[in-house]
Structure formats: C-alpha cells, structure tokens
Design a protein around this ligand. Structure first.
Ligand code: AMP
Length: 220
C-alpha cells in the first residue's frame, strides 16, 4: 500500500500522515523531517540543504530524490508507506513513478488536503513542533497544557525557522508554482482523492479514511 499526501504548507499533511500511518500500519516518510534531522545532525546532507530550507526554497531534485528513494528501500518500507512532502514537483513525481516501475509496483492513491489560503497562513504562524516526536501544536487552536512542552513525550517545543512570515510567503509561492502541477499529474492518472482539510484533526482523518473506503481500498 503506497499513499502520497499532498497539500500546501500548513494544510496538515504531517499530522494527517501520522494518523493515517497509525490507522493503516504504514511507515510515515516525510521529506521535510528527514532534511530537518540531517540539519540537526550537522552532516553533509544537512549542510547542503540548510540554506534552501531557511529561504523557503525547494532542495535540488537530485539530493531530494536520492534521499527519498534510499529511505524507501529500507526494510520498514516494504509493506507500505505514506509519503509526506514528496513529490513536490513534476520531476520528482516522474522519478518516483520510474522507481516504482522498476520494482513492478505502483502508487495507489494521492490524497490532496484542501485548505483555504488565509487559513494556511494562520495555521503556519502559530505553529509549534515537538523536537523529539514532531507532534505539532498551535498557540491558538491547540496549545500544549504546559507551555513549551510536548504533552505526548515531554519533549521541547520549537518554532521552525522557515515558519517566519517572510519565508511562509515564499513557501506558499513555491507551492503554487511547483507543486500544484503534481496534483494535476495524479488527477490525470485517476489516483487523486480530494479531501476537505478544514476542521479538527479527527474530522479530517475520518474524511481521508472514508475516501479510501469508498474506493474499497480499505475495509468498511
Ligand atoms: P516541509 O516540512 O515538508 O514543509 O519541508 C520543509 C522544507 O524542506 C521545504 O520548504 C524544502 O526546503 C525542503 N523540502 C521538503 N521536501 C522537499 C521536496 N520534496 N523537494 C524539495 N525540497 C523539499
């Protein structure tokens, strides 16, 4: 079972991918998390991607595609993956299809979480994330019980450097020019499931699971 989750920055891709991964026992592979981990480690990959990330730009395709294909060849990805944050442009989508062709496999569905633009900016500007388990919080809509501390694992919360107002604008612009064509790409393949991303986390997760049930992809 191979699912892609698509949507603008702030649409809730990471949150929903984690929920769906739990529900369907899939491995959650998030390109942004892999890059952030590399930056934290301060290794070669981290130093080559840090500037792109801080500016809200896409990391070059060669680096991104290689990292994702390597991650997806690991044993824990054999039975199913939910891909979050990849592919972000047509070149990446085509590279992914080619890699799947080589192993006689296919992407099953691309789930597109739709959220209005003004809601995206609101969500991104109050976002806090756990440094250890990546759980997101929002200073207005879902604040942690104790300020700065994750309720699930006790980890420290931080604001992503690329969630600053200026970088958010840039990331949204990149999304509209580079990533929107990917949505069309999967629509043309008949694999796109469009889901309303407004409302609480559980409501959106239910919509996604219902969309998969309707296609008889998972049991009723
Ligand atoms: P995200 O956590 O998905 O919002 O990603 C954070 C940042 O990581 C992006 O703004 C890009 O700089 C980089 N990034 C993540 N995924 C990709 C990708 N598929 N292609 C290129 N850059 C990416």
């Amino acid at each position: 079972m191979y699912i892609i989750i698509l949507g603008a920055p702030g649409a809730g891709k990471g949150t929903q991918a984690a929920c769906i991964a739990r529900e369907l026992s899939l491995t959650h592979v998030a390109s942004g998390d892999l890059f952030r981990q590399a930056v934290e480690r301060g290794d070669k990959l981290g130093s080559s991607v840090k500037d792109y990330m801080n500016k809200g730009m896409l990391v070059p395709d060669e680096i991104t595609i290689q990292m994702i294909l390597e991650r997806m060849s690991a044993a824990d990805c054999r039975d199913g993956v939910i891909l979050d944050g990849f592919p972000r442009n047509l070149r990446q989508a085509e590279a992914l299809d080619k890699a799947f062709e080589r192993k006689n496999s296919v992407i099953d569905w691309a789930i597109y979480i739709e959220v209005p633009d003004e809601e995206l900016v609101r969500r991104l500007s109050g976002r806090w994330i756990c440094r250890s388990c990546q759980t997101p919080y929002h200073s207005l809509s879902s604040p942690p019980k104790e300020q700065g501390k994750c309720e699930l694992c006790g980890g420290t919360l931080y604001q992503r450097p690329d969630d600053s107002a200026e970088t958010v604008k840039k990331r949204l612009k990149v999304y509209f020019t580079e990533t929107m064509p990917v949505i069309e790409y999967y629509r043309q393949q008949g694999k796109l499931l469009e889901v309303d991303g407004k409302g609480g986390v559980d409501v959106v997760t239910d919509r996604i699971l219902n969309a998969l049930r309707k296609r008889e992809f998972i049991a009723q």
